[in-house]
Ligand binder design. Structure first.
Ligand SMILES: [Zn+2]
Length: 247
């Protein structure tokens, strides 16, 4: 169990047990400030060398506006979310700990405003419920997470660099395998809630999943958005039920 990542952090530490966390899973104990450092390290050391931002300030501003509106409607507002369109033709989106949310240009260009809001809401939900951080902790181990916190604080030494290099493949492998069934369903339900609160169509996420499934076939697997150990049809039904129930 991690109880302290860095002596210099003066933030209030509290155990974080996301609602809906499966029984028996370790509670994630890390401050929000430390989680942001982990995310910042991953963004800089792992995402930036692989992808470049899409150089389109108008579209980027649109994503920022919609993302911030949803973040303000989320259950977790103790961090500052950042949103970035990556210049890749893939139909993907993902998030890092601490509120770093990414959408690939390929998916972005297929979405209307409601669909874009739905995808961002789903990723914000994974951050808000700390699914990403929990996965990183269990896949990488506390030592690597400490290295990522240190790197986020600007410390560079051979040991930290070695840990980050080791984390890179693990992170993308992890994101490629997706989240657990329970986490995915929870992120969908939270996304419906955030969309409703922010004034967007709560059924939009079901629409996005439906059109991706139609386009790629029922067995299609994409990075994160359809790569869940739960059938997309079941997710669409449950999203509809959540939206019908309202908030
Ligand atoms: Zn997801």
């Amino acid at each position: 169990m991690v109880c302290c990542f860095c002596a210099g952090c003066a933030t209030t530490r509290r155990p974080v047990v996301p609602s809906g966390q499966p029984p028996g899973q370790p509670a994630v104990v890390i401050s929000s400030a430390e989680e942001v450092q982990v995310g910042r390290s991953m963004a800089r050391e792992i995402v930036a060398p692989r992808y470049v931002p899409w150089n389109n300030s108008v579209e980027q501003r649109r994503v920022n506006d919609i993302g911030r509106r949803l973040a303000a409607a989320s259950d977790r507002r103790d961090i500052i979310y950042s949103f970035q369109i990556l210049d890749s033709p893939d139909d993907n989106a993902f998030a890092l700990p601490g509120g770093y949310v990414y959408i690939f240009r390929g998916l972005y260009e297929k979405l209307d405003e409601g669909g874009l809001a739905a995808v961002l809401a789903h990723q914000i939900a994974h951050v808000a419920a700390r699914h990403v951080l929990k996965h990183m902790q269990s896949a990488l181990g506390d030592e690597v997470l400490v290295g990522l916190v240190m790197a986020g604080l600007g410390r560079k030494d051979p040991e930290v660099s070695r840990q980050i290099a080791g984390a890179s493949d693990a992170v993308f492998d992890l994101l490629g395998r997706g989240y657990s069934r329970q986490e995915e369903l929870q992120a969908d339900a939270l996304a419906v809630k955030y969309l409703t609160r922010a004034g967007y169509d709560p059924y939009a996420l079901a629409g996005v999943l439906e059109s991706l499934m139609k386009e790629k076939g029922k067995t299609a697997r994409t990075f994160e958005m359809l790569n869940a150990p739960v059938r997309t049809g079941e997710r669409i039904r449950k999203i509809g039920q959540e939206a019908d129930a309202g908030f």
